[in-house]
Design a protein around this ligand. Structure first.
Ligand code: NOJ
Length: 727
């Protein structure tokens, strides 16, 4: 089973890579086209036409003789924003919670098809900003608190999308980890933390061949991200060797000369002044466009810089084969006028699978779950989060309201639902209407208890939402509590029914004052599962799918246990340095409620026979390591329970003391499906970067001297075996 799985990954990777040109090939083609462009033309293709001026969220100026089309840039990471007849799947945080590389690739694969089907040249995703604080408003668009996990999710997403000829856009570069003051604040960080934590997923994205990077709203060390010479030119294009183009977040361009010389290649949406309302065009001027041409004429920006900008854009376009049969853009800025193009195919199947694969089972006393429908007489379903939005789907702009079940956060990272299978509907389909009694009222606790009390099982639902801080709406979370009376509702149901099952749809961790209530027998954590929410949930509840989702963040017992909060100042200090998320909890010896990487299964797994091999390329004369040092760890995993199921085997690395690193860091994970009684060997390869720390004095990755330990287990706090090694 395992080798089949492994072979299919290799095969898939090979097919995908064959589709995309190398940067060298793309640059050769681009040189011919850009060589025919005048200065005005080169500038035109770097400039957005202005807000609401074109079919897409961002549109560049087209040119003729030579011909280069208007590029369509459109949100977002989980589906096509502002469009009809598209799939609205699981959020990025759920992709991460699946810890399933193949599923993440399959998700990206359908996203690529849908963006291409609508004629979108650039997908504005993936989002890789860290869940630095559990309150970070947009963290649900990304992958949680670990850079290694975020790096894998980003790389798989980019390869899948770009294999369909759509340019992926990794965002937001960089240190844009909270919504409060995002347009004005300055993030302050040391070089080691920058490299080992926040730059990491961008570096993996560049390795995956990403075509574009979005620079963010905030400043870094007082310099706007989109004119930050050090971060764009020195780090991104120099150190990481990024060959594609840098596009500004919308209105994150603040100058002409500094931005152009600082490394910005495309200004979006192009105009200088923000529109006064979302459907009204902004100003007609631009920091690029004529201002950029003038700056070249005045020699404040070299013409070769504009050639480089154009080369980067055109090379990305060639790299993804957009010169060959790329479909016409089929969107309209006013969604009501969009042409009818249905790109959904059967992607609902993948969304359903991904929703189940990312559902984290947090508690399951006495095998309460799964439930066999035929053996049950009555089920209670309680809470507004179980039901449909009362006014129908897509009734709030960009999901800026929490009505009914929560299946995505709010803001530009949303996509309209074609339909939404709510949990009540999903459970009705498997248990039958007649067995289910429900109330969607969160406030009438008496009624909730009445409905719960005689049921065989009482499901109680609640949620917590957040999103983009836009249009005057506060985006970050104000606290870590459940919304809509959730804690009281859960307690009322648990007091009334000794088989209570709690289901939480949330953008991130919540406090669970009720977790040890003896009547709460199971807790399920479906996160933000998208349009197939109810089906995915039913698949887990009935055991059609054995849960294997894992937490991509730490759930603490108390809010005070977290060391990072939203910074209220204009200076956002990254003073936690490397100790973000579980790295802090490990370092401080704080026991979390549920640790990073945690999640239960209906079966259980044994680990055995851990081995580690090191292969070091060491130059004796130079007395230094001259090539990637590869470490290979292998371990045998056995399904010793009574259900077939998948285990997420995780590898955590502890650096030598001399490194001054956090106690342990994720450096590998594999999802492995095992039938009951079956076992298989799982392998982890670590490259030099993964074994290195950022050496501030030399500005390079260095393998620290001393003994390493690799620990393999089922979560960051469930290491089953560990072994030391040195080079
Ligand atoms: C602002 C958001 O920060 C970014 O993620 C998005 O892609 C753009 N707006 C375009 O909508």
């Amino acid at each position: 089973m395992y080798s089949y799985f492994f072979i299919s990954i290799l095969f898939y990777t090979a097919v995908v890579h064959a589709n995309v040109l190398s940067w060298d090939e793309a640059y050769i083609k681009a040189a011919v086209l850009v060589g025919q462009m005048s200065l005005d033309q080169k500038v035109a293709i770097t400039t957005g036409r202005g807000w609401a001026n074109g079919p897409c969220g961002g549109n560049t100026y087209p040119i003729s003789s030579p011909h280069f089309p208007s590029l369509c840039l459109q949100d977002g990471p989980l589906g096509v924003r502002g469009a009809n007849n598209v799939t609205s799947g699981v959020a990025g945080i759920n992709a991460a919670a699946s810890f399933d590389k193949m599923a993440i690739r399959a998700r990206a694969d359908y996203l690529g098809k849908e963006f291409r089907g609508k004629g979108i040249h650039v997908q504005l995703g993936p989002a890789v900003n860290m869940m630095r604080s559990p309150k970070s408003g947009r963290a649900w668009e990304g992958s949680g608190e670990d850079p290694y996990l975020a790096g894998i999710v980003a790389a798989e997403s980019i390869k899948g999308v770009q294999a369909h000829g759509v340019i992926a856009n990794v965002k937001h570069y960089i240190l844009n980890d909270q919504e409060l003051n995002r347009m004005t604040s300055s993030s302050e960080i040391d070089a080691r933390t920058l490299h080992e934590i926040h730059l990491w997923p961008f570096a993996r994205s560049v390795e995956a061949g990403v075509g574009s990077v979005m620079c963010s709203f905030n400043k870094i060390s007082g310099v706007h991200a989109c004119e930050n010479d050090y971060l764009l030119n020195t780090v991104l294009k120099g150190e990481l060797g990024f060959k594609g183009f840098v596009v500004s977040d919308w209105w994150a361009t603040h100058s002409t000369v500094q931005a152009a010389n600082g490394g910005l290649d495309m200004a979006m949406p192009g105009d200088i002044t923000l529109p006064t309302a979302i459907d009204i065009p902004g100003s007609s001027d631009s920091y690029f466009g004529k201002n950029l041409t003038d700056a070249v004429i005045q020699k404040d920006v070299s013409e070769s810089r504009t050639t480089d900008m154009a080369m980067r854009i055109v090379a990305s376009w060639y790299k993804m084969h957009q010169d060959e049969n790329f479909p016409q853009t089929q969107l309209s800025f006013d969604q009501r006028n969009s042409p009818f193009v249905n790109v959904q195919e059967n992607h609902r199947v993948l969304v359903r699978e991904m929703g189940a694969a990312s559902n984290v089972l947090l508690k399951n006393i006495n095998f309460t779950l799964p439930i066999v429908p035929s053996q049950v007489k009555s089920i209670a379903v309680i809470g507004s989060d179980a039901g449909p939005p009362p006014n129908g789907i897509n009734t709030c702009f960009l999901n800026y309201c929490s009505n009914g079940t929560l299946a995505q956060g709010w803001g530009s990272g949303t996509a309209d639902f074609p339909y939404l299978i709510d949990p009540l509907q999903g459970l009705r389909e498997v248990f039958g209407d007649t067995k289910i009694k429900s109330t969607l009222n969160d406030w009438d606790l008496h009624q909730a208890a009445e409905i719960a009390k005689d049921a065989d099982f009482a499901f109680v639902f609640s949620n917590a939402d957040s999103g983009e801080g836009l249009l005057g709406i506060y985006g970050d979370r104000k606290n870590l509590s459940l919304w809509q009376n959730g804690d009281n509702l859960i307690k009322a149901v648990a007091d009334a029914n000794s088989n209570t099952i709690v289901v939480i749809h949330s953008v991130g961790p919540v406090l669970m004052p009720w977790i040890n209530h003896p009547n709460i027998k199971a807790v399920l954590w479906p996160g933000l599962p998208g349009q197939e929410s109810g089906h995915s949930l039913a698949d887990i509840v009935t055991g059609k799918v054995n849960p294997s989702g894992r937490l991509p963040y730490t759930i603490a017992k108390r809010e005070e246990d977290y060391n990072v909060d939203i910074d209220l100042d204009q200076v956002v200090e990254y003073s936690e340095r490397l100790l973000m998320g579980y790295k802090w909890f490990d370092h401080a010896g704080i026991e979390p409620l549920f640790p990073f990487g945690y999640g239960l299964s209906y079966t259980s797994f044994d680990y055995d026979d851990l081995k580690v091999k090191t292969r070091v390329f060491y130059d004796d004369d130079a007395k230094r390591i001259v090539s990637d040092a590869i470490v290979r760890a292998s371990i045998n995993v056995r399904n010793r329970g009574t259900y077939d199921g998948a285990e997420i085997v995780q590898a955590y690395l502890s650096f030598p003391k001399s490194a001054n690193s956090p106690p342990q860091q994720l450096r590998g994970f594999e999802k492995i499906f095992l039938q009951k009684g079956q076992n298989a060997t799982v392998e982890f390869d670590l490259r030099k970067t993964e074994l290195s720390i950022w050496d501030v004095s030399t500005g390079t990755w260095v393998i620290p001297a001393g003994e390493f330990t690799i620990g393999i287990g089922a979560s960051s706090r469930d290491i089953r075996m560990s072994i030391g090694f040195t080079f």
